[in-house]
Design a protein around this ligand. Sequence first.
Ligand SMILES: Nc1ncnc2c1ncn2[C@@H]1O[C@H](COP(=O)(O)OP(=O)(O)OP(=O)(O)O)[C@@H](O)[C@H]1O
Ligand SMILES: [Mg+2]
Length: 459
Amino acid sequence: MSDWTLCIDFGTAFSKAAVAPKGAWSRFDPATVRPLMLSAEGQNAFLLDSAVFVDQDRVLFGRAALDEADAQANNKRTALRSFKTLLSVSDLERALNTNAPATIDPHRIFQMRDLIVLYLAYLLASIERAIQADAVLAQGGVFSRRYAAPAWRGGDSAGMHNVIVRLFGEAEAFRAIVGKRLVSADGISLRTIIDALPKATEQAQSLDMGLIYEATAAAAYTSVGLEGSGSHIIVVDMGAGTTDVAALARLGPRTIELPEARVTLKQAGDFVDRVIANRVLDNANWAKRPESKAELWAVLMSQMGDIKEAVMVDGRATLRNQGRSITLSRKDVEKDEDFRDFLKSLREAYDHALAIVRDDARARGRSEVQAIAVGGGASTPFIQDLIRRKMESTRPRVIPRPATPDWAHAREFKGNLAPVFPQLAIAIGGALAPESMLAARGGAIPPANDRSGIPVERD
Ligand SMILES: Nc1ncnc2c1ncn2[C@@H]1O[C@H](COP(=O)(O)OP(=O)(O)OP(=O)(O)O)[C@@H](O)[C@H]1O
Ligand SMILES: [Mg+2]
């Protein structure tokens, strides 16, 4: 039996997780890295939709939650999404204790905190299912856990650590009570939740988990194979909720972040979705009444993944609605004023971070800075332009790195890993990173094993 490190990346749109053998940092072998197939129903097995839907008499999670929300969209019912952004607000306790709005919870019984705990329980149960389905990992061993988070609130993430490990602790206690029912596509009944949630809150202990900053984790995967070179790294992570720019320097065995370089923008994939939908609505002159606008908006949002990819990759998307056809080009998006403001802030943020990381590299006599883009937005043309911009020839040079390493194409991943590698880079880097890269520490726990149905004991 081996010892493992598990890293959980709870994302605004998708949650991801990966496992690496302990000590993988110093003895890196790509074949030993195990990204977890968290999703049985989603479009890609490695991506678990971060979504909760409160139905008439049950609660659904992940893809099933989104599908049911689509089916009931006419009844003004929506799934809870993007709830990770809640964790970044300044008055966190208050935000967690807020009641969920009626469109999300028609019964008015849940606070936001409850829904986050339920989702984290589903995430932990999905991780456990993926571990049991993995021939190597299912043999057991000790798993130490960490989660990746942005450096929220001007670098006070370590302060948030206690709140988050508490939420994970409640989620783990809930999972121990409810077991595998959590990952059923039919969800779990309200009755079960109403019975188990207060017990879980009472029994919960803070989960023993380390914290790694998302940018540090992204830098870890990039630098793991680059012994000797790649001492300085600039990372752009465009996810769904935030776009983060960060700079790191590797000094011997230690990787430090250059904190003055960090910038977090609140515009990312979700924002681009809204820009695209608004442009279509502006052009759709048959949809003038509020109801038709709302209906078109819902249709656009349910197909946004495909629309966005077509606009970004092919330069245009053609959509059909109520027998009409409408084309949206990348140029239309680039003309949008909000989008232009975002690009301007993004360029400023990147230039600011780049100046700092190049100064640091120069001061330490280094000749290169590696630039990488991660997150779902990594392959978009404007992010690629950013990291590939020609620099003056003076040293240190900026070397753009590919978002997807060669090993992600290995046969064992059946072609599923490479297309989403930029989204998994944080979970994978976080599992590979040595303890010295953590922003807050946790200890090791024995492997969770819900085959017995008995709550896991911790040491
Ligand atoms: N090929 C693509 N082109 C453009 N956007 C994409 C592509 N693939 C995914 N996305 C977008 O990337 C976002 C999801 O990326 P990711 O999984 O990195 O986000 P996240 O980790 O959930 O968010 P965050 O890091 O902000 O919490 C979504 O907005 C999705 O639409
Ligand atoms: Mg992310």
